[in-house]
Design a protein around this ligand. Structure first.
Ligand code: SAH
Length: 385
């Protein structure tokens, strides 16, 4: 119930304070998407039904994107409600949607079973559709320029709560609720980025479960390509190494934001545990293990981290580890409530990019889709919206 939510005003973290353990709260109900295929069969049998019903339910959910009993005409009427109640409970309820870019960007605010609020953002481009998902309600990493970080950590999300955001986006695409794109482009979610609320690697089990559901072939999962999935992290080194060993080559994005420890300690407080060099070494190991080019995220903050010497230091540190393993994605800082910082001036931004390119580092500025609806990087703060 929403009355049991912590009062954000009393839960705000102190500057630099890190929170790893999520507060214990009632678990969300179990859902098909929490379970691997064999576990689904067992769960259906535990409800007293034939094991093959699990496959039928999976096909409804992951292929047809259906979770209402009325549409499951291949299941006997008498057992539909029970199976759906037991394995396809509604985990996320829409609170509101806001659109931008003439309907091609849609921010959705969701209420979870216990009243916690999270957000996801669907962005349609000419030939792809990207959904940015939340993996935690709030975040414990406390980066001072990020609205989510300022709210603290409410709780971890379950695997199915993460997957539900993608399935909901896929459904709304099919229903024509996201504008744009070319007529003949297939209407499916091609990219999922773990860049909504939360630090997914701090909720590792649920996050890797979601990645498996997204990449497992239909009808066991959504059948997405691992290449289309990006895991973004503040630099939890053990989590990066664990992910590298999973054998699912998703793209890794490291939120660096500064090439020197002194500044990064302030901008990304996890740096007090794992330093710039340790995070970059882990990112390089990830590249070696997966062959996937790593992405370095760098929010450009006026007069804070946008100096030419910092671009040079970053270029040197990346090149010291190898060539062709990394690219840099500067993000013009998006405004957040109460933040004293602003985006770098355009000329400074351009110079930063050119400096990196002069070091031979591929560098592309990230578009700031959704900033006017508080749906861009670092602006998701539904917990108090
Ligand atoms: N916890 C993950 C996902 C965070 S959101 C992580 O830290 O990587 C994705 C990216 O947006 C991160 O690189 C994050 O640092 C960045 N970001 C946060 N606040 C921002 C802001 N106000 N402007 C621009 N980028 C921001």
């Amino acid at each position: 119930m929403s009355t049991s939510l912590p009062d954000p005003s009393t839960q705000r973290p102190r500057p630099g304070q890190l929170t790893f353990a999520a507060p214990r709260r009632g678990k969300p109900p179990q859902h098909l998407a929490d379970l691997a295929p064999a576990e689904r069969k067992a769960a259906v049998e535990a409800l007293g039904h034939k094991g093959f019903r699990a496959k039928q339910l999976s096909a409804h959910y992951f292929e047809r994107l259906v979770d209402s009993p009325e549409e499951m005409t291949d299941l006997p009427k008498a057992i539909r409600d029970e199976l759906v109640a037991g394995l396809l409970p509604q985990l996320i309820t829409p609170v509101r949607t806001v659109t931008a870019d003439e309907g091609a960007t849609v921010k959705s605010v969701w209420r979870l079973h216990d009243g916690a609020l999270v957000e996801s953002v669907t962005m349609r481009y000419p030939n792809r559709v990207t959904i940015c998902v939340s993996s935690q309600a709030g975040c414990g990493m406390n980066c001072p320029f990020c609205a989510t970080g300022q709210e603290g950590l409410t709780r971890n999300m379950s695997t199915a709560e993460i997957v539900e955001q993608v399935v909901a986006a896929a459904r709304s695409l099919r229903c024509g609720e996201v504008a744009g794109g070319s007529e003949d482009a297939p209407l499916r979610v091609s990219n999922v980025v773990f860049m909504g609320m939360g630090e997914a690697l701090a909720n590792y089990k649920a996050a890797i479960g979601a990645i498996r559901r997204l990449t497992d072939k239909a009808p066991d999962g959504l059948g997405m390509s691992a290449r289309g999935i990006t895991m973004s992290t503040v630099g939890l080194v053990p989590g990066i190494d664990k992910l590298a060993a999973e054998g699912i080559p998703v793209t890794l994005a490291l939120s660096l934001h500064a090439p020197d420890d002194e500044l990064r300690n302030e901008l990304v407080p996890i740096n007090t545990r794992w330093k710039v060099d340790e995070a970059l070494d882990a990112a390089y190991r990830y590249f070696e293990a997966t062959g996937r080019r790593v992405s370095i995220e760098y929010a450009l903050i006026k007069d804070i981290n946008d100096h030419a010497w910092r671009a040079d230091l970053l270029g040197d540190k990346l090149n010291a580890r190898g060539r062709g393993w990394v690219h840099v994605n500067p993000i013009p800082l998006n405004p957040t409530p109460g933040s004293k910082w602003t985006a770098s001036r355009k000329g400074v931004e351009q110079q930063f990019v050119e400096r990196l390119r002069a070091h031979g580092i591929p560098t592309t500025i990230r578009d700031t889709r959704g900033s006017e609806i508080d749906g861009a990087c670092g602006q998701l703060a539904a917990a108090t919206a």
